[in-house]
Design a protein around this ligand. Structure first.
Ligand code: ZN
Ligand code: ZN
Ligand code: ZN
Length: 327
């Protein structure tokens, strides 16, 4: 049986093809190498700090950095100008891409990604993300920070050493605006506070739970083994969250990636942080998406924006929970 399920965050329908859900073992671990130029020294390893611009911030007590933030050498957004839109013709509209683009080196260890780091390290990474978003928010021309981690070539990583990116943007991107509209449209209390209660009640899509955070394969999952990490403490803004909630989310990301790896192998994935635009006052609840890259977006998905998920989230969550037993 195939079902349509509504993603209340974005307002989009997803297709869940339940009859194919008994074949998740068809997924392959990734095989494409991230870096082909293996002779080049890694710019993010300790000792090679000169190959990046000077650090904006480092974390770690003993003089040896554990997390490092630097400007991106090839920024997509740069400069402090407000968004000025010019019309060059009836259908040609452009604006300067001012903003901030930074690299977040997650660890001094070249081979340890977020699934391998210590609990303390996971907490430091989240503290760095919080601090940078707060700094971005002080720029009057900027409105929103997008924080991402791409791991694996299939997920867009071009450097193997585990790292993320922090982008301060002069506009609110479409995905965020859609989610803001989803929160505003929801007639109950908070959409994600309600999702926490409802998913815990249903129980079979829960991957991990502790007293600060819930990880589920959400009811409306558009991709196999997609996970949503929701802090229990309601706050629209990541950068205003309590340190203990940030640390708990950092640990939950570590657990989720580790479970995914136990279940599927060395899979590429994207971690996406969603937080309200700095000065937004409408309803929102910050959260983290974990999207494993195990199926390709093809013509139908690109042409319609409709995702077809071949693994029901109920099955995916069950398999991830089972991976705990063997981890
Ligand atoms: Zn490295
Ligand atoms: Zn909430
Ligand atoms: Zn989101």
């Amino acid at each position: 049986m195939t079902q349509l399920r509504l993603d209340p965050l974005t307002g989009r329908w997803v297709v869940v093809s339940v009859e194919r859900a008994d074949r998740p073992q068809a997924f392959q671990a990734r095989c494409l190498p991230v870096q082909t130029d293996l002779d080049r020294p890694c710019p993010f390893c300790p000792g090679n700090e000169e190959s990046t611009p000077p650090a904006l911030e480092t974390y770690g007590a003993s003089g040896r950095w554990l997390v490092r933030v630097t400007p991106n050498l090839f920024p997509a957004f740069v400069g402090d100008n407000p968004l000025v839109v010019s019309h060059l013709g009836p259908v040609f509209t452009q604006a300067g891409a001012s903003g901030i683009h930074e690299v977040l080196v997650l660890s001094p260890e070249h081979d340890a990604d977020w699934g391998d780091v210590s609990e303390e390290q996971a907490g430091l990474i989240m503290a760095a993300i919080r601090d940078r978003i707060e700094e971005h928010s002080s720029h009057p021309a900027l409105r929103y920070s997008q924080v991402i981690v791409n791991a694996g070539r299939e997920a867009g990583a071009s450097i193997e050493h585990p790292h993320g990116q922090l982008l301060g943007m002069p506009f609110v991107p479409r995905e965020l605006a859609d989610e803001q509209a989803g929160f505003a449209r929801y007639s109950g209390n908070c959409l994600l506070c309600t999702a926490v209660d409802a998913e815990e009640m249903a129980a079979h899509r829960v991957v991990h739970a502790d007293d600060r955070v819930l990880v589920v394969c959400p009811f409306w999952s558009g991709m196999p083994f997609e996970m949503l990490l929701i802090p229990r403490a309601h706050d629209p803004h990541l950068y205003r969250a309590q340190p203990r909630d940030l640390a708990a989310v950092g640990r939950a990301i570590r657990t989720s990636i580790s479970l995914l790896r136990h279940r599927i192998g060395d899979v590429a994935y994207n971690v996406v942080f969603h937080s309200a635009p700095y000065r937004a006052s409408g309803p929102y609840h910050w959260h983290v998406h974990l999207w494993p890259k195990i199926t390709a977006l093809a013509g139908f998905e690109l042409g319609t924006g409709v995702l077809i998920n071949v693994v029901a989230p109920e099955v995916a969550a069950g398999e991830l929970r089972a991976a705990v037993a063997v981890s």
